[in-house]
Design a protein around this ligand. Structure first.
Ligand SMILES: Cc1cc2nc3c(=O)[nH]c(=O)nc-3n(C[C@H](O)[C@H](O)[C@H](O)COP(=O)(O)O)c2cc1C
Length: 214
């Protein structure tokens, strides 16, 4: 693609607005309103979010799926020995970013991450399809591997190993994390690049709301 075509790619956002007197004073409630809108908009992966972590003082980011949220925070599941897992062990400050293109909306959530309880990890693990449960045993996520063949061999090994097991145990290295938000920013695209941005910051057990310049 030539440079000019790319430089001229832009949309004017006109769908909606975000006003102080129309939002909830609680950002988790506000998120649930926007998340419902995202589900209703039938986006391909409304619960996909970029998880940013810190690796030796450098940023590191990838997409994961949101699997639950409430006043305690935002939950996702992964391999605790993956790059992100090791990075979170070294520094548990992290950021989640949602982009809902059809709605012209972005949400950024910053906070600290902890592992969820083993009970919650078990519950979610067992709610997954059996093939995905076996997949968690097969993949040493983020390790360098020689080729796909090795994954197929491991898959065959674990399929046989668990053939007669009604319940597949959850691998210790697989489970959930929860990000407890310290700040949440809601962004609504507006005409002429004068977007609405409302930032909630957690202070003294309550949430302060400020408007940021676009
Ligand atoms: C749409 C989408 C959803 C994903 N969901 C997850 C997820 O929920 N958990 C996960 O561990 N990886 C998920 N991945 C894969 C991650 O982006 C990433 O490749 C993997 O977790 C390894 O990351 P790491 O090496 O930084 O640990 C997803 C990728 C995409 C594109």
């Amino acid at each position: 693609m030539d440079k000019t075509t790319l430089a001229n790619l832009r949309n004017n956002y006109t769908l909606n607005e975000l006003l102080e007197n129309n939002v909830s004073t609680n950002p988790i409630i506000q998120f649930s309103v926007w998340f419902k809108d995202a589900l209703n908009a039938e986006l391909v992966e409304a619960n996909a979010m970029v998880l940013s972590t810190i690796k030796d003082a450098k940023p590191s980011a990838r997409v994961v799926l949101l699997k639950g949220f409430d006043e305690d925070g935002f939950v996702f599941f992964t391999n605790y020995n993956s790059h992100k897992g090791l990075e979170l062990k070294g520094n548990n400050a992290a950021c989640l970013t949602f982009f809902w293109d059809k709605l012209e909306r972005q949400v950024r959530i910053e906070g600290m991450i902890e592992k969820v309880s083993t009970e919650d990890s078990d519950l979610y693990f067992w709610s997954r399809p059996r093939e995905s449960q076996i997949g968690a045993w097969v993949s040493e996520q983020s390790a360098v591997i020689e080729g796909r063949e090795m994954l197929n061999e491991k898959l065959a090994y674990y399929q046989q190993k668990f053939e007669n097991e009604e319940i597949i145990p959850r691998p210790q290295h697989w489970g959930g994390y929860v990000l407890k938000p310290q700040s949440m920013e809601f962004w609504q695209g507006r005409p002429n690049r004068l977007h609405d941005r409302l930032l909630y910051t957690h202070e003294n057990d309550s949430w302060k709301i400020e408007r940021l310049s676009p």
